[in-house]
Design a protein around this ligand. Structure first.
Ligand code: COS
Length: 385
Protein backbone atom coordinates (compact mmCIF):
# COMPACT_ATOMS: atom_id res chain seq x y z
CA UNK A 1 0.00 0.00 0.00
CA UNK A 2 1.57 3.24 -1.15
CA UNK A 3 0.92 6.58 0.50
CA UNK A 4 2.91 8.94 -1.67
CA UNK A 5 1.25 12.33 -1.69
CA UNK A 6 -0.63 13.50 -4.74
CA UNK A 7 0.09 16.95 -6.23
CA UNK A 8 -3.11 18.16 -4.54
CA UNK A 9 -1.99 16.87 -1.14
CA UNK A 10 1.40 18.59 -1.44
CA UNK A 11 -0.35 21.85 -2.33
CA UNK A 12 -2.87 21.34 0.46
CA UNK A 13 -0.10 20.85 3.03
CA UNK A 14 1.66 24.05 1.90
CA UNK A 15 -1.55 26.05 1.87
CA UNK A 16 -2.56 24.92 5.35
CA UNK A 17 0.96 25.52 6.67
CA UNK A 18 0.74 29.12 5.42
CA UNK A 19 -2.77 29.58 6.82
CA UNK A 20 -1.65 28.15 10.17
CA UNK A 21 1.40 30.43 10.34
CA UNK A 22 -0.37 33.60 9.25
CA UNK A 23 -3.82 33.29 10.78
CA UNK A 24 -3.83 30.64 13.52
CA UNK A 25 -0.42 30.88 15.20
CA UNK A 26 -0.71 34.55 16.26
CA UNK A 27 -3.67 33.88 18.61
CA UNK A 28 -2.51 30.52 19.98
CA UNK A 29 -1.12 31.77 23.31
CA UNK A 30 -4.16 34.01 23.93
CA UNK A 31 -6.57 31.13 23.24
CA UNK A 32 -4.69 28.99 25.74
CA UNK A 33 -4.76 31.77 28.32
CA UNK A 34 -8.46 32.48 27.87
CA UNK A 35 -9.54 28.87 28.32
CA UNK A 36 -12.72 29.04 26.24
CA UNK A 37 -13.96 27.55 22.99
CA UNK A 38 -12.23 29.54 20.28
CA UNK A 39 -14.86 31.00 17.95
CA UNK A 40 -12.16 32.91 16.07
CA UNK A 41 -10.51 29.60 15.15
CA UNK A 42 -13.84 28.09 14.13
CA UNK A 43 -14.40 31.08 11.86
CA UNK A 44 -10.99 30.65 10.17
CA UNK A 45 -11.74 26.96 9.57
CA UNK A 46 -15.17 27.86 8.23
CA UNK A 47 -13.89 30.58 5.88
CA UNK A 48 -11.35 28.16 4.47
CA UNK A 49 -13.84 25.36 3.93
CA UNK A 50 -12.02 22.93 6.23
CA UNK A 51 -14.95 21.51 8.20
CA UNK A 52 -16.07 19.43 5.24
CA UNK A 53 -12.63 18.16 4.20
CA UNK A 54 -13.58 14.51 4.80
CA UNK A 55 -17.32 14.88 4.10
CA UNK A 56 -18.84 13.32 0.96
CA UNK A 57 -19.30 15.74 -1.95
CA UNK A 58 -22.94 14.66 -2.03
CA UNK A 59 -23.45 16.42 1.30
CA UNK A 60 -21.41 19.52 0.54
CA UNK A 61 -17.99 18.24 1.56
CA UNK A 62 -14.79 18.20 -0.43
CA UNK A 63 -14.26 14.44 0.04
CA UNK A 64 -10.48 14.77 0.29
CA UNK A 65 -10.14 11.62 2.38
CA UNK A 66 -8.58 10.73 5.69
CA UNK A 67 -4.94 11.25 4.67
CA UNK A 68 -5.68 14.81 3.54
CA UNK A 69 -7.60 15.49 6.74
CA UNK A 70 -4.56 14.23 8.66
CA UNK A 71 -2.29 16.63 6.76
CA UNK A 72 -4.63 19.53 7.57
CA UNK A 73 -4.81 18.61 11.25
CA UNK A 74 -1.06 18.05 11.53
CA UNK A 75 -0.22 21.46 10.02
CA UNK A 76 -2.70 23.26 12.28
CA UNK A 77 -1.57 21.36 15.40
CA UNK A 78 2.02 22.49 14.77
CA UNK A 79 0.97 25.99 15.81
CA UNK A 80 -2.27 25.56 17.81
CA UNK A 81 -3.50 22.22 19.13
CA UNK A 82 -6.75 23.79 20.34
CA UNK A 83 -7.70 24.81 16.81
CA UNK A 84 -6.96 21.32 15.51
CA UNK A 85 -9.31 19.93 18.19
CA UNK A 86 -12.20 21.72 16.48
CA UNK A 87 -11.69 19.62 13.34
CA UNK A 88 -11.13 16.44 15.36
CA UNK A 89 -14.35 16.83 17.33
CA UNK A 90 -16.22 17.69 14.13
CA UNK A 91 -15.05 14.42 12.60
CA UNK A 92 -15.79 12.46 15.78
CA UNK A 93 -19.33 13.81 16.00
CA UNK A 94 -20.10 13.45 12.30
CA UNK A 95 -18.82 9.94 11.67
CA UNK A 96 -21.68 8.21 13.54
CA UNK A 97 -24.04 9.94 11.07
CA UNK A 98 -21.91 8.84 8.08
CA UNK A 99 -21.79 5.28 9.38
CA UNK A 100 -25.33 4.71 10.54
CA UNK A 101 -27.48 7.66 9.50
CA UNK A 102 -30.33 7.05 7.07
CA UNK A 103 -30.76 9.27 3.99
CA UNK A 104 -33.12 11.65 5.79
CA UNK A 105 -30.71 12.11 8.69
CA UNK A 106 -27.76 12.62 6.35
CA UNK A 107 -29.65 15.16 4.27
CA UNK A 108 -30.87 16.99 7.35
CA UNK A 109 -27.58 17.23 9.26
CA UNK A 110 -24.53 16.74 7.05
CA UNK A 111 -24.71 19.76 4.69
CA UNK A 112 -24.69 22.26 7.56
CA UNK A 113 -21.92 20.30 9.28
CA UNK A 114 -19.89 20.19 6.06
CA UNK A 115 -19.79 23.99 5.89
CA UNK A 116 -19.25 24.43 9.61
CA UNK A 117 -22.49 26.40 9.90
CA UNK A 118 -23.40 23.81 12.53
CA UNK A 119 -21.05 22.20 15.03
CA UNK A 120 -21.37 18.70 16.41
CA UNK A 121 -20.28 16.79 19.52
CA UNK A 122 -19.95 13.14 20.52
CA UNK A 123 -21.51 12.16 23.84
CA UNK A 124 -20.09 8.86 25.05
CA UNK A 125 -18.15 9.32 28.29
CA UNK A 126 -19.83 9.13 31.70
CA UNK A 127 -18.49 8.87 35.23
CA UNK A 128 -18.30 5.08 34.84
CA UNK A 129 -17.92 4.78 31.07
CA UNK A 130 -15.10 6.01 28.89
CA UNK A 131 -12.41 3.40 28.44
CA UNK A 132 -15.22 0.95 29.23
CA UNK A 133 -17.73 1.75 26.51
CA UNK A 134 -20.10 -0.94 27.82
CA UNK A 135 -20.46 0.95 31.11
CA UNK A 136 -22.86 3.55 29.64
CA UNK A 137 -25.70 4.18 32.09
CA UNK A 138 -27.62 6.96 30.31
CA UNK A 139 -31.00 5.48 29.40
CA UNK A 140 -33.26 5.98 26.42
CA UNK A 141 -36.79 4.67 26.87
CA UNK A 142 -39.16 4.37 23.93
CA UNK A 143 -42.51 6.10 24.50
CA UNK A 144 -44.78 6.01 21.44
CA UNK A 145 -43.01 8.00 18.70
CA UNK A 146 -40.32 9.33 21.00
CA UNK A 147 -37.34 8.28 23.05
CA UNK A 148 -36.89 9.82 26.49
CA UNK A 149 -33.28 10.22 27.55
CA UNK A 150 -31.97 10.50 31.11
CA UNK A 151 -28.36 10.57 32.30
CA UNK A 152 -25.19 12.60 32.63
CA UNK A 153 -22.25 12.73 30.25
CA UNK A 154 -18.85 14.00 31.35
CA UNK A 155 -15.81 15.40 29.52
CA UNK A 156 -17.71 16.07 26.31
CA UNK A 157 -15.77 18.31 23.94
CA UNK A 158 -17.76 21.22 22.48
CA UNK A 159 -21.20 20.05 23.66
CA UNK A 160 -21.84 23.61 24.88
CA UNK A 161 -21.33 25.07 21.39
CA UNK A 162 -22.65 22.17 19.31
CA UNK A 163 -25.91 22.36 17.38
CA UNK A 164 -26.11 18.58 17.25
CA UNK A 165 -24.83 15.92 19.67
CA UNK A 166 -24.58 12.18 18.96
CA UNK A 167 -25.37 10.56 22.29
CA UNK A 168 -24.86 6.97 23.44
CA UNK A 169 -27.59 5.58 25.66
CA UNK A 170 -28.83 2.21 26.83
CA UNK A 171 -32.08 1.13 25.23
CA UNK A 172 -32.02 -2.37 26.70
CA UNK A 173 -30.80 -2.90 30.24
CA UNK A 174 -31.80 -6.57 30.27
CA UNK A 175 -28.85 -7.59 28.09
CA UNK A 176 -25.27 -7.44 29.34
CA UNK A 177 -22.62 -4.87 28.50
CA UNK A 178 -22.35 -3.57 24.97
CA UNK A 179 -25.40 -5.22 23.45
CA UNK A 180 -28.06 -2.75 24.66
CA UNK A 181 -26.40 0.52 23.62
CA UNK A 182 -27.90 2.78 20.94
CA UNK A 183 -26.88 6.13 19.46
CA UNK A 184 -29.16 9.14 19.09
CA UNK A 185 -29.01 12.53 17.45
CA UNK A 186 -29.96 15.18 19.99
CA UNK A 187 -30.37 18.77 18.89
CA UNK A 188 -29.34 21.86 20.81
CA UNK A 189 -32.24 23.42 22.68
CA UNK A 190 -34.09 20.12 23.25
CA UNK A 191 -36.11 20.62 26.46
CA UNK A 192 -34.36 18.89 29.37
CA UNK A 193 -30.91 19.12 27.78
CA UNK A 194 -28.53 21.31 29.75
CA UNK A 195 -24.82 21.89 30.12
CA UNK A 196 -23.27 21.36 33.55
CA UNK A 197 -19.69 21.78 34.66
CA UNK A 198 -17.13 23.39 32.33
CA UNK A 199 -13.74 21.77 32.90
CA UNK A 200 -10.69 23.93 33.60
CA UNK A 201 -8.05 21.96 31.70
CA UNK A 202 -4.28 21.45 31.62
CA UNK A 203 -4.11 21.69 27.84
CA UNK A 204 -6.13 22.25 24.65
CA UNK A 205 -7.55 25.16 26.59
CA UNK A 206 -8.95 26.86 23.49
CA UNK A 207 -11.54 24.07 23.30
CA UNK A 208 -14.42 23.50 25.71
CA UNK A 209 -15.02 20.31 27.70
CA UNK A 210 -18.30 20.10 29.53
CA UNK A 211 -20.86 17.95 31.29
CA UNK A 212 -24.18 17.21 29.55
CA UNK A 213 -27.24 16.71 31.71
CA UNK A 214 -30.20 14.90 30.17
CA UNK A 215 -33.43 15.15 32.17
CA UNK A 216 -36.41 13.62 30.40
CA UNK A 217 -35.11 14.79 27.03
CA UNK A 218 -37.80 13.76 24.57
CA UNK A 219 -36.60 13.29 21.00
CA UNK A 220 -38.38 11.84 17.96
CA UNK A 221 -37.86 8.08 17.62
CA UNK A 222 -36.58 8.79 14.12
CA UNK A 223 -33.46 10.34 15.69
CA UNK A 224 -32.00 6.95 16.48
CA UNK A 225 -28.92 6.11 14.38
CA UNK A 226 -29.46 2.71 12.80
CA UNK A 227 -31.41 0.42 15.09
CA UNK A 228 -31.56 -0.28 18.80
CA UNK A 229 -28.44 -2.13 19.95
CA UNK A 230 -26.18 -0.82 17.19
CA UNK A 231 -24.53 1.78 19.42
CA UNK A 232 -21.45 -0.24 20.36
CA UNK A 233 -20.60 -0.98 16.73
CA UNK A 234 -21.08 2.68 15.78
CA UNK A 235 -18.87 3.85 18.64
CA UNK A 236 -16.10 1.32 17.99
CA UNK A 237 -15.91 2.05 14.27
CA UNK A 238 -16.06 5.79 14.87
CA UNK A 239 -13.13 5.55 17.26
CA UNK A 240 -11.18 3.25 14.91
CA UNK A 241 -11.51 5.97 12.27
CA UNK A 242 -10.90 9.04 14.39
CA UNK A 243 -7.85 7.74 16.25
CA UNK A 244 -5.85 8.37 13.07
CA UNK A 245 -6.51 12.14 12.92
CA UNK A 246 -5.74 12.25 16.66
CA UNK A 247 -2.37 10.68 15.80
CA UNK A 248 -1.91 13.42 13.19
CA UNK A 249 -2.67 16.04 15.82
CA UNK A 250 -0.05 14.50 18.13
CA UNK A 251 2.51 14.56 15.31
CA UNK A 252 1.80 18.20 14.63
CA UNK A 253 2.24 19.16 18.28
CA UNK A 254 5.53 17.22 18.41
CA UNK A 255 6.88 18.71 15.18
CA UNK A 256 5.90 22.23 16.26
CA UNK A 257 7.85 21.80 19.51
CA UNK A 258 10.89 20.28 17.79
CA UNK A 259 11.00 23.03 15.14
CA UNK A 260 10.91 25.65 17.86
CA UNK A 261 13.63 23.90 19.89
CA UNK A 262 15.92 23.60 16.86
CA UNK A 263 15.76 27.29 16.02
CA UNK A 264 16.13 28.24 19.67
CA UNK A 265 19.24 26.09 20.19
CA UNK A 266 20.81 27.55 17.05
CA UNK A 267 20.31 31.09 18.41
CA UNK A 268 21.14 30.78 22.08
CA UNK A 269 24.78 30.56 23.10
CA UNK A 270 26.28 29.09 26.26
CA UNK A 271 29.97 28.48 26.94
CA UNK A 272 30.65 30.68 23.87
CA UNK A 273 28.87 28.39 21.39
CA UNK A 274 25.30 27.92 20.12
CA UNK A 275 23.49 25.26 22.17
CA UNK A 276 22.93 23.33 18.95
CA UNK A 277 26.67 22.64 18.66
CA UNK A 278 26.72 20.46 21.81
CA UNK A 279 26.57 16.80 20.89
CA UNK A 280 24.45 15.86 23.92
CA UNK A 281 21.71 18.17 22.65
CA UNK A 282 22.19 17.15 19.01
CA UNK A 283 21.54 13.55 20.04
CA UNK A 284 18.34 14.56 21.81
CA UNK A 285 17.12 16.29 18.65
CA UNK A 286 18.21 13.34 16.50
CA UNK A 287 16.08 11.06 18.67
CA UNK A 288 13.15 13.48 18.59
CA UNK A 289 13.11 13.79 14.81
CA UNK A 290 13.51 10.03 14.36
CA UNK A 291 10.65 9.26 16.72
CA UNK A 292 8.38 11.80 15.02
CA UNK A 293 9.16 10.43 11.56
CA UNK A 294 8.54 6.83 12.67
CA UNK A 295 5.15 7.79 14.14
CA UNK A 296 4.37 9.87 11.05
CA UNK A 297 4.96 6.96 8.68
CA UNK A 298 2.70 4.76 10.81
CA UNK A 299 0.00 7.44 10.84
CA UNK A 300 0.09 8.10 7.08
CA UNK A 301 0.10 4.37 6.41
CA UNK A 302 -2.93 3.93 8.71
CA UNK A 303 -4.72 6.86 7.03
CA UNK A 304 -4.05 5.46 3.56
CA UNK A 305 -5.29 2.00 4.60
CA UNK A 306 -8.53 3.61 5.77
CA UNK A 307 -8.90 5.77 2.65
CA UNK A 308 -11.38 3.49 0.93
CA UNK A 309 -13.14 2.00 3.92
CA UNK A 310 -16.88 2.15 3.19
CA UNK A 311 -18.80 4.39 5.56
CA UNK A 312 -21.03 1.68 6.94
CA UNK A 313 -21.12 -0.59 9.96
CA UNK A 314 -19.28 -3.54 8.45
CA UNK A 315 -16.63 -4.61 10.92
CA UNK A 316 -13.09 -3.51 10.03
CA UNK A 317 -10.36 -6.08 9.54
CA UNK A 318 -8.04 -6.73 12.47
CA UNK A 319 -5.22 -5.21 10.43
CA UNK A 320 -7.03 -1.87 10.09
CA UNK A 321 -8.08 -1.78 13.74
CA UNK A 322 -4.46 -2.51 14.73
CA UNK A 323 -2.99 0.18 12.45
CA UNK A 324 -5.31 2.86 13.80
CA UNK A 325 -4.47 2.00 17.42
CA UNK A 326 -0.72 1.66 16.68
CA UNK A 327 -0.65 5.06 14.98
CA UNK A 328 -2.37 6.76 17.90
CA UNK A 329 -0.21 4.99 20.48
CA UNK A 330 3.05 5.81 18.70
CA UNK A 331 2.17 9.40 17.87
CA UNK A 332 0.72 10.29 21.28
CA UNK A 333 3.62 8.84 23.26
CA UNK A 334 6.04 10.54 20.85
CA UNK A 335 4.28 13.87 21.28
CA UNK A 336 4.55 13.66 25.07
CA UNK A 337 8.23 12.68 24.95
CA UNK A 338 9.23 15.20 22.29
CA UNK A 339 7.42 18.16 23.84
CA UNK A 340 8.90 17.36 27.27
CA UNK A 341 12.37 17.26 25.69
CA UNK A 342 11.67 20.52 23.86
CA UNK A 343 10.95 22.19 27.22
CA UNK A 344 14.24 20.73 28.48
CA UNK A 345 16.14 22.12 25.48
CA UNK A 346 14.84 25.61 26.20
CA UNK A 347 15.73 25.27 29.89
CA UNK A 348 14.26 28.09 31.98
CA UNK A 349 12.73 29.65 28.87
CA UNK A 350 10.93 26.38 28.19
CA UNK A 351 9.23 26.66 31.56
CA UNK A 352 7.67 30.08 31.02
CA UNK A 353 4.58 31.03 29.07
CA UNK A 354 6.41 33.57 26.92
CA UNK A 355 7.66 30.63 24.85
CA UNK A 356 5.25 28.17 23.22
CA UNK A 357 6.81 24.83 24.15
CA UNK A 358 5.30 24.59 27.65
CA UNK A 359 1.85 24.99 26.02
CA UNK A 360 2.74 22.31 23.50
CA UNK A 361 3.79 19.99 26.33
CA UNK A 362 0.48 20.57 28.11
CA UNK A 363 -1.44 20.11 24.85
CA UNK A 364 0.38 16.87 24.05
CA UNK A 365 -0.85 15.15 27.21
CA UNK A 366 -4.46 14.80 26.07
CA UNK A 367 -3.42 12.81 23.00
CA UNK A 368 -2.41 9.98 25.35
CA UNK A 369 -5.85 10.13 26.97
CA UNK A 370 -8.74 10.98 24.65
CA UNK A 371 -10.27 8.65 22.07
CA UNK A 372 -8.73 5.80 24.03
CA UNK A 373 -5.78 6.07 26.40
CA UNK A 374 -2.38 4.72 25.37
CA UNK A 375 -3.11 1.74 27.63
CA UNK A 376 -6.43 1.10 25.81
CA UNK A 377 -4.59 1.25 22.46
CA UNK A 378 -2.38 -1.58 23.73
CA UNK A 379 -5.51 -3.56 24.69
CA UNK A 380 -6.90 -2.98 21.19
CA UNK A 381 -3.60 -3.85 19.45
CA UNK A 382 -3.05 -7.03 21.44
CA UNK A 383 -6.66 -8.13 20.87
CA UNK A 384 -5.92 -8.24 17.12
CA UNK A 385 -2.78 -10.38 17.42
N1 COS B 1 -15.12 -2.93 16.00
C1 COS B 1 -16.24 -3.65 15.98
N2 COS B 1 -16.54 -4.53 16.95
C2 COS B 1 -15.70 -4.66 17.95
C3 COS B 1 -14.51 -3.92 18.04
C4 COS B 1 -14.23 -2.99 17.00
N3 COS B 1 -13.14 -2.24 17.00
N4 COS B 1 -13.86 -4.28 19.17
C5 COS B 1 -14.60 -5.19 19.77
N5 COS B 1 -15.70 -5.44 19.04
C6 COS B 1 -16.77 -6.40 19.30
C7 COS B 1 -16.23 -7.74 19.78
O1 COS B 1 -15.93 -8.58 18.71
C8 COS B 1 -17.37 -8.26 20.59
O2 COS B 1 -18.36 -8.76 19.69
P1 COS B 1 -19.35 -9.98 20.07
O3 COS B 1 -20.28 -9.47 21.10
O4 COS B 1 -20.02 -10.30 18.80
O5 COS B 1 -18.46 -11.07 20.59
C9 COS B 1 -17.94 -7.01 21.22
O6 COS B 1 -17.54 -5.93 20.39
C10 COS B 1 -17.44 -6.78 22.62
O7 COS B 1 -16.04 -6.86 22.59
P2 COS B 1 -15.18 -6.87 23.91
O8 COS B 1 -15.72 -7.94 24.85
O9 COS B 1 -13.74 -6.92 23.53
O10 COS B 1 -15.58 -5.46 24.51
P3 COS B 1 -15.15 -4.74 25.84
O11 COS B 1 -16.37 -4.22 26.47
O12 COS B 1 -14.23 -5.61 26.64
O13 COS B 1 -14.32 -3.46 25.30
C11 COS B 1 -12.49 -2.24 24.33
C12 COS B 1 -13.29 -3.54 24.41
C13 COS B 1 -11.69 -1.96 25.57
C14 COS B 1 -11.55 -2.44 23.17
C15 COS B 1 -13.44 -1.07 24.01
O14 COS B 1 -14.32 -0.84 25.12
C16 COS B 1 -12.69 0.23 23.73
O15 COS B 1 -12.18 0.43 22.62
N6 COS B 1 -12.64 1.12 24.70
C17 COS B 1 -12.02 2.44 24.51
C18 COS B 1 -13.05 3.43 24.16
C19 COS B 1 -12.47 4.78 24.05
O16 COS B 1 -11.64 5.05 23.21
N7 COS B 1 -12.94 5.67 24.92
C20 COS B 1 -12.51 7.02 24.92
C21 COS B 1 -13.69 7.89 24.88
S1 COS B 1 -13.22 9.48 24.35
S2 COS B 1 -14.49 9.78 22.93
Amino acid sequence: MSYDFTEEQIMLKDTIARLAKEQIAPGAAARDEKGEFSWDSAEILRENGLFGADFPEKYGGSEMGLLSLCLIIEEIAKVCASTSVILLVHELGSIPIFLAGNDDQKEKYLPKLATGENLVAFGLTESNAGSDVSGVKTKAVREDDNYVLNGTKTFISHADVADVICIAAKTDTSVPGHKGISMFIVEKGSPGLSIGKHENKLGIRGSSTVEIILEDVRIPATNILGHEGMGFSIIMKTLDLTRIPVAAQALGIAQGALDYAISYTKERTQFGKPLFSFQGLQWMMADMTTQIEAARQLTYKAASLFENVPKNLDRLSNELIRYSAMAKLAAADTAMKVTTDAVQLLGGYGFVKEYPVERMMRDAKITQIYEGTSQIQKVVISSTL
